[in-house]
Design a protein around this ligand. Structure first.
Ligand SMILES: NC(=O)c1ccc[n+]([C@@H]2O[C@H](COP(=O)([O-])OP(=O)(O)OC[C@H]3O[C@@H](n4cnc5c(N)ncnc54)[C@H](OP(=O)(O)O)[C@@H]3O)[C@@H](O)[C@H]2O)c1
Length: 254
């Protein structure tokens, strides 16, 4: 079982990143799918100890997050913010410009001066190719990860190169919450199916970013640091991998 790390500013454990910073093991997702809730983000920051927000230019909510972060009163230096550029931003000058524009929308002074560099949906072949072309090893790789999609070989590869593996769609967009094995474990541990999925992901050493637009669900999703799933139950969840993607499959990207 991987260690969840030591507590960061909001009380959520954080793990070291090769850039010299540390990333909270639990973050809040945002998206262009399923809506955005200002109140839920403020609640996550003020009441749930969330200090890690995941967004992207494509999600269209960077400027909304600026307002929520400001209203929450949480200091920039206590926050890990991930944003992502889009394909149209590839290339040195375009990337620099897009980073600065994201900073402006988010109302923050750094990202543009990027403290840590990440990639997303990179498989081993993509990371190997990157090794040929770039001098900096990405600090983070954000990839789909939930009980139906557990790319262990990629996780091991990232670990061997000191790349933090960050898992998105930890609830399989809700699909995992109705699986009988998850429900059974939720009953066994007196937790909810969402808490079982999130705790399992974190116990597997994965930085985990569930999304919810509902304050009470965010609270629920954050209450995962006061119990442990036993090793044989972790194995049950590990055994649910069937290779399905609920987001998209980057295999065909060359
Ligand atoms: N890099 C990429 O290519 C990529 C792709 C996809 C996602 N992501 C990132 O990963 C984050 C999470 O992924 P995701 O939103 O697709 O999937 P997810 O976190 O697995 O699931 C989110 C869905 O589950 C519901 N939900 C959340 N908490 C719940 C709870 N406690 N009980 C019942 N339902 C619950 C949410 O609905 P409500 O809002 O109604 O609660 C929403 O419909 C995204 O927000 C984004 O930041 C990255």
């Amino acid at each position: 079982m991987a260690s969840a790390g030591s507590p960061g500013p909001g009380g959520v454990p954080a793990v070291p990143v090769a850039s010299g910073h540390s990333i909270p093991v639990l973050g809040l997702g945002t998206s262009h799918h399923g809506g955005y809730s200002h109140g839920a983000v403020v609640h996550a920051l003020q009441k749930c100890g969330i200090r890690h927000i995941d967004t992207a230019k494509r999600y269209g909510c960077e400027s909304l997050l600026q307002r929520a972060i400001r209203e929450s009163g949480v200091k920039r230096e206590d926050l890990w913010i991930t944003t992502k550029l889009w394909h149209s931003d590839y290339g040195y000058e375009n990337t620099k410009k897009a980073c600065l524009e994201s900073c402006e929308r988010l109302g923050v002074e750094y990202l543009g001066v990027c403290k840590s560099i990440g990639v997303s949906n990179f498989l081993i072949s993509h990371l190997e190719q990157l090794k040929e072309d770039c001098v900096i090893t990405p600090h983070v790789n954000q990839v789909e990860y939930h009980p139906f999609q557990r790319p262990q070989e990629l996780v091991d590869y990232c670990r061997s190169r000191d790349i933090v593996f960050e898992g998105y769609c930890p609830l399989a967009k809700g699909e995992a919450l109705t699986h009988p094995a998850v429900i059974q474990l939720a009953k066994k541990y007196s937790r909810t199916p969402a808490q079982i999925c999130i705790r399992w992901s974190i116990q597997n050493g994965i930085v985990t970013i569930p999304k919810s637009t509902k304050a009470e669900r965010i609270e629920e999703n954050c209450k995962v640091f006061d119990f442990t799933i036993a090793e044989d139950d972790v194995e049950i969840l590990n055994g649910m991998h069937d290779g399905r993607h609920v987001s998209w499959d980057p295999t065909s990207i060359v």
